[in-house]
Design a protein around this ligand. Structure first.
Ligand SMILES: CC(C)(COP(=O)(O)OP(=O)(O)OC[C@H]1O[C@@H](n2cnc3c(N)ncnc32)[C@H](O)[C@@H]1OP(=O)(O)O)[C@@H](O)C(=O)NCCC(=O)NCCS
Length: 193
């Protein structure tokens, strides 16, 4: 619990620069942009790994937007080097016998897909989580149909651990998800020079 409180205290001032992106604490100034991204239902479907009808996807996006609106902690904006916000990442930390982080990412500006921005941002988040917050493992899930995301996560060093069906409580439909993970030893082997 103490570690978790410390990690929450550390996050607001975080800023890091890479070759393509700057990662920083998400702020209220970013919310308008996120709302615009969440009006794009193709993006919502990819981001949440669901293929419901338009009203279901919109409800999911609205719920998530409300969460981000009230709770921007543990959310990092992704900016280009020229300062345009193109996406964001979110993480939650759970502590039992180990510290686990569950992460998610969305590049909301489509022209920036498939140019390495998302992969670099995720690599920076991994560095932050393993090195600053000292987590033992980072996990995520993504839709089975989201092969672009799977490829990007594999490039970061995530390993596929399995598949599962997740039931969407909004419409009862089930979606096939892929669960991916990286532990500290894998991070040190794959990501450190
Ligand atoms: C997923 C995401 C974060 C990846 O970031 P990115 O900057 O686009 O990723 P990159 O350009 O580094 O890598 C994408 C890789 O997927 C490959 N790719 C593209 N389309 C693909 C497809 N349909 N199937 C498989 N691989 C695909 C690219 O060729 C590239 O691999 P390569 O470098 O070996 O050629 C970003 O595209 C995004 O946010 N998309 C929309 C929302 C989303 O899907 N979020 C993830 C939810 S879990």
């Amino acid at each position: 619990m103490l570690k978790l409180l410390e990690s929450m205290k550390k996050s607001p001032s975080y800023v890091a620069s890479g070759q393509k992106v700057v990662v920083r604490q998400l702020g209220r100034q970013d919310l308008k942009r996120i709302k615009r991204w969440f009006a794009n239902l193709e993006l919502v479907s990819l981001a949440f790994g669901l293929q419901g009808d338009a009203s279901t996807l919109q409800r999911i996006a609205d719920d998530y937007y409300r969460e981000i609106f009230w709770w921007q902690k543990n959310a990092l904006a992704i900016d280009t080097l020229s300062g345009e916000c193109i996406g964001f990442m979110k993480y939650t930390i759970r502590e039992d016998h180990e510290m686990h982080a569950k992460v998610g990412i969305l590049i909301g500006e489509r022209p920036y897909w498939e140019h390495g921005y998302g992969t670099e941002a995720m690599q920076m988040l991994l560095r932050y989580l393993f090195e600053n917050l000292k987590v033992d493992r980072v996990e995520l899930d993504t839709a089975e149909f989201n092969t672009r995301a799977q490829r990007s996560f594999e490039k970061c060093g995530f390993r596929k651990l399995g598949a599962f069906a997740e039931v969407n409580h909004h419409d009862g439909r089930s979606a096939q998800k892929i669960w991916m993970s990286m532990d500290r030893a894998e991070y040190e082997r794959v990501c450190l020079p």
